[in-house]
Write a protein that binds this ligand. Structure first.
Ligand SMILES: Nc1ncnc2c1ncn2[C@@H]1O[C@H](COP(=O)(O)OP(=O)(O)OP(=O)(O)O)[C@@H](O)[C@H]1O
Length: 605
């Protein structure tokens, strides 16, 4: 860990140098100047007193003026060094750590990491600790520089009296006891982590509109408040359990330092009294030794910052290595571009896939050929594997057995970026972008923007029509320029309206080879759903002609499903039936059963 840590710090400091060379150089120079001023002050004190003792009033006065200037410089360099460091840390930290993690997260073309709690937990830790991580690199550098200052201070003390060098072990004591204190604090923070998470989750549930509805209906508000208060109390108790011995260790360290400090100063004054040292040397000793306590305190503080950041740096290093491992594997792949158009179609050959930690595969030995240009509906009970099938088609996951083939080529051999560029998809857990309506839709295909906004405008208008969203846009206060999201002072949309925007987004691409609609109308009323499917079917047929695109619809609504060319019926991850509606009804199997249940519930409404 130590080597990786030092490498990371060196990398972060190098980045500061590369991204903010002037600020970084200034911060370092001021820090060095600070050390020079520190030594100069001690020497100036000796000069003032020695000259005064020798009766050189004018020389003593000039030395005193110099000392005053140095004091002013000391204050200015300290504050300046601090502010410069804060500026560099803020500027580079945001670019390197926040953006770097986001790049790593999005560059991985599969979704496995985003469904892995270990990965997500680490992302959350790093997101909240950007400043701490970046500052720790500076704290490590400053600890080295401060140690240098301490050494210089001690050398000056040694020149006043070699006895004062005994202050060195005294100065080291608080550093050692601080490390012990930190160990207690780390243990108690780890003990409290579970309750802190629980408390935050409960607090969030109590203050968010979504869970807020459920809490009001079930009347569990008071109970949840009690639970979060209990979690908070347990977390605080754990932290206090660690804080008490930590405070005792620190106190012991400082008491030892103060005892040594007091004893050695007395010794210096005795030596001055007996004429074995000049008054200037005695005052020099007192000045340096006094500021030494501040030096030690600041060195402890900065080295604590550097060492304390290990807790948040470990997740960052883990995430970096995860992404680097992915990049190394990706570099060995020879990927071909997606075909220009589909002539044969997509084939699933004995595809099996299970999520990490799940006992049973979500898809189990699925084999089917989806002809080019066809509209396919996927049906089945909740949890039967419909979304998983769609995710494999989009290459979000790779099968653990079998292959997804596009025109006879394993999808793993096709460049994911190319395949995505030829995929249009609307998912049930769609995004809600708090931008303008136009931007929210245009995200569906950022390639369409020609810099003038003209082709983008045309594409957005076409996508709005495809999603049957013209009336929705017309009713918004500023049409396509309406800013979305009440939390940011914009217009809030209903669930169905957000879903229409997601559908429009999924209609932006002009020449997809795969068009996916995973429960795309779940939040819409029946007439809206009907209107949208009419338009989508028309688009699917158009695309079938132009690119041979395959359209895959996941739906629980049989009015929609019945119009598909091919219906895939999944049950507990297995493909139990496949064929057109009439054939499956005639077969009187699983599909017919589901269809009859759906019809009955519809007629009984
Ligand atoms: N991210 C995940 N991690 C672990 N298991 C998962 C994950 N997503 C889905 N599963 C499991 O895989 C199985 C298939 O899920 P999938 O979402 O594909 O079903 P579905 O038919 O689309 O369900 P629904 O109709 O509810 O959307 C389920 O048993 C589910 O619990």
């Amino acid at each position: 860990m130590t080597r990786r840590l030092i490498t990371l710090w060196a990398r972060l400091l190098h980045l500061c140098w590369r991204l903010e060379p002037r600020l970084t150089a200034a911060a370092l120079l001021v820090r060095i100047l600070d050390t020079v001023v520190f030594v100069a002050i001690a020497l100036a004190v000796r000069e003032v007193i020695d000259r005064a003792e020798a009766g050189l009033a004018a020389a003593a006065m000039w030395a005193a003026i110099g000392l005053a200037c140095l004091r002013l410089a000391d204050f200015s360099t300290f504050t300046l060094a601090l502010n410069l460091r804060i500026l560099v840390v803020e500027k580079v930290g945001l670019t390197e750590i926040q953006d770097g993690i986001l790049r790593d997260v999005t560059d991985i073309h599969t979704l496995d990491h985003l469904e892995d709690p270990q990965f997500l937990g680490r992302v959350t830790i790093v997101r909240g600790a950007t400043w701490q991580i970046m500052d720790s690199a500076w704290a490590a550098l400053e600890s080295v520089m401060l140690a240098l200052r301490l050494a210089l201070g001690l050398a000056l003390l040694g020149s006043a009296s070699p006895w004062l060098l005994l202050l060195l072990p005294c100065a080291a004591l608080p550093l050692w006891t601080d490390a012990r204190a930190r160990a207690h604090e780390t243990r108690s923070t780890q003990e409290a982590a579970g309750d802190v998470r629980l408390q935050r989750e409960l607090h969030e549930n109590l203050t968010r509109p979504g869970p807020g509805k459920e809490i009001r209906v079930t009347g569990t508000g008071r109970d949840l408040i009690r639970l979060q208060a209990e979690a908070d109390e347990r977390a605080t108790a754990a932290v206090v359990r660690g804080a008490v011995p930590a405070a005792a260790w620190r106190l012991a360290g400082w008491l030892a330092f103060c005892a040594g400090f007091g004893g050695l100063l007395s010794l210096l004054l005795l030596q001055a009294g007996s004429g074995r040292a000049t008054l200037g040397e005695a005052v020099l000793g007192i000045t340096v030794a006094t500021s030494l306590s501040h030096e030690v305190a600041y060195t402890v503080q900065r080295s604590t910052t550097a060492a304390g950041a290990q807790r948040v740096i470990e997740p960052l290093l883990w995430l970096r290595e995860y992404a680097a491992g992915y990049r190394a594997r990706a570099a060995t792949w020879t990927k071909r571009p997606a075909p220009d158009r589909l002539l044969d179609g997509i084939t699933l050959d004995n595809v099996t896939f299970g999520y990490a930690g799940s006992a049973r595969p979500a898809l189990d030995g699925v084999s089917v050929h989806i002809p080019a240009g066809s509209v396919v509906a996927v049906v089945g009970e909740y949890g039967s594997g419909k979304t998983t099938l769609v995710k494999l088609l989009c290459s979000f996951h790779e099968p653990q057995q079998g292959e997804v083939q596009v025109e006879g080529v394993d999808l793993r051999g096709i460049d994911p970026a190319h395949w995505r560029a030829r995929t249009s998809a609307a998912f049930q857990d769609f995004g809600r972008y708090r931008t303008t309506v136009r931007e929210s839709i245009a995200f569906g295909d950022l390639q369409q923007s020609d810099g003038q906004g003209q082709s983008e405008d045309k594409a957005v208008a076409r996508a709005v029509a495809a999603a049957d969203a013209e009336r929705l846009i017309a009713r918004l206060p500023e049409g396509l320029d309406t800013r979305l999201g009440a939390e940011d002072g914009g217009t809030e949309l209903s669930e169905g309206q957000w879903q229409k925007l997601a559908l429009a987004r999924a209609s932006m691409r002009e020449t997809p080879l795969l068009l996916v609609l995973d429960e795309p109308t779940a939040s819409l009323d029946a007439p809206s759903e009907h209107a949208i499917f009419e338009r989508y079917m028309a688009r699917a047929r158009e695309l079938a002609q132009s690119t041979g695109a395959v359209t895959v619809i996941v739906s629980h609504r049989f009015s929609t499903v019945a119009g598909a060319d091919l219906i895939l019926v999944l049950h507990e991850g297995r493909l139990v039936e496949a064929g057109p509606h009439a054939e499956l009804v005639r077969a009187n199997g699983r599909y017919a059963e589901l269809f009859t249940i759906a019809e009955k519930s519809y007629t009984s409404i």
